[in-house]
Design a binder for this molecule. Structure first.
Ligand code: FUB
Length: 320
């Protein structure tokens, strides 16, 4: 079993990047708040971010302390969930989901001249943003895209009509025989602070070309999307949530559609599963989390392991 990267704080949802030859990890910072556990994820009541870095896989991990605190986000209410980061125009951007004061998840952005912060949050959430788990991918042509979304506590199902509707939580999920709710994508503006276009739904389809149904919980998107490109193909990977798998689908455009290819990682210890995939010195790695240190689903620890591919580019399933 791989070891937790750090053990003096609890961390989860690791988004890893290589900036200037160093590995930076942008995780959630899990804390104990004694909130009761429920399907809305109220027990994930995080309040700040710590950024981790290391010079190589297996090297010493540095915790750079508090990079952004919820008290310094003017519009935030509660629950600072899984972040991601990007670098452009000499600035580092930290993207984060947090509930606003009306208890609606929105995506915020904060900036810094350093990859480890401190980050300064914009005064408002990104216009048109929704749900959780932002993942920012910059393509080889320099264009950047944000993938976003998560169902259940991540609220994506509440946006099915295009507008937020939190009035009838039990009726917002599609029926098991209806098409599953897809993640969303939008290209970012050059300033990286706003969307350059309306957010669109991403289609994930089976090998038969048909979109997954909401009842197909071993394949349909739940949360925690990530994009990477390998040999010219776009690999969209995600968590299946209540079946606890990390799955992936491939396509020919950053917008999809993406065709399901298989499981990247079988269930870890703990309910949630969330990952990122990054190339370091010519090898590919997956950063993920489990609950080895605490045994509690809301107190997680981040880990890393190598991601191996077959000659055709398909990913070998990891049994953590
Ligand atoms: O960490 C809080 C939430 O749990 C994340 O946003 C999800 O992806 C899941 O890991």
């Amino acid at each position: 079993m791989n070891k937790p990267l750090i053990s003096d704080i609890y961390t989860a949802d690791p988004s890893a990047h290589v900036f200037n030859g160093r590995i930076y990890i942008y995780p959630s910072h899990d804390i104990e708040t004694n909130m009761p556990e429920n399907d809305n994820g109220d027990h994930f009541a995080m309040r700040d971010y710590h950024i981790l870095s290391m010079d190589s896989i297996g090297g010493k991990v540095t915790d750079h302390g508090v990079a952004l605190d919820i008290k310094d986000i003017p519009w935030a209410g509660r629950q600072l969930w899984a972040p991601d980061a990007a670098f452009k125009n000499g600035t580092y951007y930290l993207y984060f989901p947090v509930k606003d004061k009306q208890d609606i998840f929105r995506i915020g952005v904060a900036t810094s001249k350093s990859p480890t912060g401190p980050f300064k949050a914009q005064h408002k959430p990104m216009e048109g943003s929704l749900s959780i788990d932002p993942a920012v991918f910059t393509d080889t042509d320099g264009k950047s895209y944000m993938y976003v979304g998560g169902i259940w506590g991540g609220q994506l199902q509440r946006w099915r009509t295009g507008k937020y509707d939190g009035s009838k939580p039990k009726e917002q999920e599609p029926a098991p025989n209806e098409e599953a709710v897809g993640p969303r994508v939008a290209r970012l503006s050059n300033d990286m602070l706003s969307f350059a276009e309306p957010v669109k739904e991403v289609k994930i389809v089976g090998k038969d070309g048909k979109p997954f149904l909401a009842g197909d919980n071993k394949h349909r998107f739940f949360e925690g999307g990530w994009m990477h490109k390998y040999n010219g193909k776009y690999y969209f990977s995600y968590s299946t949530g209540d079946t606890h798998l990390l799955a992936y689908a491939t396509g020919d455009s950053p917008y999809g559609p993406f065709t399901y290819q298989g499981v990247i990682m079988n269930p870890v210890e703990g309910w949630t599963t969330h990952h990122s995939i990054v190339e370091v010195d010519g090898k590919w790695y997956i950063f993920y989390h489990d609950t080895e240190l605490s045994g509690k689903t809301w107190l997680r620890n981040v880990k890393v392991t190598e991601l191996k591919r077959k000659p055709d580019g398909s990913i070998e399933t990891i049994n953590p």
